[in-house]
Design a protein around this ligand. Structure first.
Ligand code: MG
Ligand code: ZN
Length: 223
């Protein structure tokens, strides 16, 4: 009988993720893994964000969903090169899927690759995809207790984007509590407050992303 330990599978994933990271860096493509629960506003955030890039970066998107291509169609409407991954039940993306999806960008000249992960605050935390930056999205409708209840995903993120802030008055979400918990879990992480549908907070997020790519280029010695 062959027994495969989950630990070994994760190790294999980590190796492939490192290869993805190196592959993308060699092409000066800055890769962001966007995580958050279903309905937290990841796709709407991307739509708002891309409008504020003002041509400073050429983005491409990998959409991870269990089924369907609704989000990929939204990216296509913006003219953003996109590849849809359907996991057919699997609740997260892994590094192997990203490597396979890359072939879909043959004609695109990208300098930013955003991976919208499957909506999930649990196991997406454990899978390195080969990204250079991880951004976690939390909407005010979900509650400010999620940082305490799902610490790993927040701990392993470089930024927290609090979305749907236009709904704050209708919830008991306390932004200072979320900020305090994030500071404790990930002291280096940036925190943004946005309302994507009302175009609030998007400019500073876009500027930050542009600066992050510049530091990435300096760090990889290609600039
Ligand atoms: Mg989405
Ligand atoms: Zn999963």
């Amino acid at each position: 009988m062959r027994i495969v330990a989950a630990k070994d599978l994760l190790k294999a994933n980590d190796q492939l993720a490192a290869e993805n990271r190196h592959f993308l860096a060699a092409r000066q493509i800055f890769c962001v893994n966007l995580v958050g629960s279903p309905g937290c506003g990841k796709t709407t955030l991307l739509e708002g964000l891309f409008r504020h890039l003002d041509g400073r970066l050429s983005p491409g998107v990998i959409e991870g969903d269990i089924a369907g291509q609704i989000d990929a169609e939204r990216m296509e409407r913006l003219g953003v090169p996109v590849v849809q991954i359907n996991t057919e039940g699997m609740c997260h993306l892994d590094a192997n899927m990203i490597a396979a999806a890359w072939d879909g960008f043959t004609d695109a000249d990208l300098d930013l690759l955003i991976i919208e992960n499957v909506g999930n605050l649990v196991c997406t935390a454990g899978y390195d995809l080969g990204e250079h930056l991880r951004v976690v999205v939390l909407s005010v409708a979900e509650g400010d207790d999620k940082l305490i209840k799902y610490p790993a995903i927040f701990q392993r993120s470089n930024a927290l984007v609090i979305t749907k802030c236009d709904l704050l008055a209708h919830t008991n979400f306390a932004v200072p509590r979320a900020r305090g918990d994030m500071r404790r879990l990930a002291p280096e992480a940036q925190v943004f407050e946005v309302a994507s549908l009302h175009d609030q907070g998007m400019a500073s997020l876009a500027d930050w992303l542009v600066r992050q790519r510049q530091s990435f280029l300096s760090a990889t010695g290609d600039n």
